[in-house]
Design a binder for this molecule. Structure first.
Ligand SMILES: Nc1ncnc2c1ncn2[C@@H]1O[C@H](COP(=O)(O)OP(=O)(O)OP(=O)(O)O)[C@@H](O)[C@H]1O
Ligand SMILES: [Mg+2]
Length: 312
């Protein structure tokens, strides 16, 4: 079963005062498999938070719709299976960490005292905040607030967790810990929907990603698929390669214009790669290694956003 299915969704914010409208999401369709970590990426204002809010039925779609675990998002009962960490969350700062979790536990319908205590203990432990449970949150650092937010999102033992920038303001060690928590949740069969700007981080843990720009889905796929597009290879020749042979190749084909002992070359398919290898071998060159060059998610992201902005 799909965890999330979004179907031709459009969200237009209208201001009745100024009569202006902003299309935050435009005809978006995507699906998230149960049990995966899904990363939604996009620059500021792309519509990431809006999509989460529509899925949670905090604001309503203008056209189209979506389902969560095969249930229409307008059915409030589905919320029992969902956890949510909003971006820039704020809790009443006179509460302690433990009280915040109790408050949200009650809001999510936990009535049994033992279940409540177990859930608070378990989640504080999971995010490494047990030591600070009796401290008022006004004394918490940004990273501690973020961890508490994560515990809050999991208080009702949800099957699907929406996290809007969960590592915002967290130091590198804390970010690594949060990544481990997310992988742990995945290993328990939970689905994680993550909004993030931190591309290198997303690259490390997500199964599938979608890139959104100005409300439009511009790319979707696994990190592996997307970062291997473009087929770039680094070819290393024998150290003692004769300079004349390289010069000769440069004049024969402009594909070899950057040729040296170690060089990179882009091809569009495996046939083309093999053709190049044949030519190098025919020229009597000894190949030492051929390695696929991976583009980083960051390079891919920047190129796609630039391309999509140019099209406008
Ligand atoms: N309540 C609202 N009323 C009117 N416009 C809104 C509202 N919320 C968001 N918008 C607009 O919708 C667009 C998408 O905003 P959204 O917050 O979803 O982006 P985002 O991708 O989450 O950005 P960020 O990375 O900065 O968090 C923006 O142009 C924003 O100004
Ligand atoms: Mg946002």
């Amino acid at each position: 079963m799909l965890a999330i299915q979004v179907d031709s969704l459009t969200k237009v914010y209208k201001s009745f005062a100024t009569n202006r409208s902003i299309t935050a999401i435009k005809d978006l369709s995507l699906s998230v498999q149960t049990g995966e970590i899904f990363g939604l990426l996009g620059p500021n204002g792309a519509g990431k938070t809006t999509l989460i809010k529509v899925l949670l039925n905090i604001c309503f779609p203008t056209h189209g719709g979506a389902k969560i675990f095969d249930t229409d998002i307008s059915d409030y009962r589905i919320k029992k299976r969902i956890g949510y960490l909003p971006e820039n969350h704020k809790y009443p700062n006179y509460l302690t960490g433990e009280q915040v979790l109790k408050y949200f536990g009650k809001l999510s319908g936990i009535e049994d005292k033992d279940i409540m205590r177990d859930s608070i203990d378990k989640n504080l432990e999971l995010v490494g905040m047990t030591k600070w449970r009796k401290t008022k949150i006004k004394k918490y650092s940004k990273g501690m607030m973020q961890r508490l937010g994560l515990a809050q999102a999991m208080i009702n033992d949800p099957d699907l967790i929406f996290l809007d920038e969960p590592t915002d303001g967290v130091d590198p060690i804390g970010r690594k810990e949060i990544r481990d928590i997310l992988l742990n949740l995945k290993s328990q069969g939970k689905t994680v929907f993550l909004n993030s700007h931190l591309l290198s981080e997303v690259e490390m843990i997500t199964d599938q990603i979608a890139i959104l720009n100005k409300g439009i889905l511009i790319k979707e796929g696994s990190v592996k698929e997307l970062t291997q597009e473009g087929f770039e290879y680094q070819i290393t020749l024998d150290q003692n390669v004769q300079q004349e042979k390289l010069d000769e190749l440069r004049t024969i084909s402009d594909r070899f214009s950057n040729i040296s002992h170690k060089f990179s070359i882009k091809v569009s398919n495996t046939d083309e790669l093999n053709d190049l290898i044949d030519r190098l071998r025919k020229a009597g060159l000894m190949i030492e290694s051929i390695a696929a060059v991976k583009t980083s998610l960051e390079d891919l992201f920047i190129n796609l956003i630039k391309e999509s902005d140019k099209k406008e």
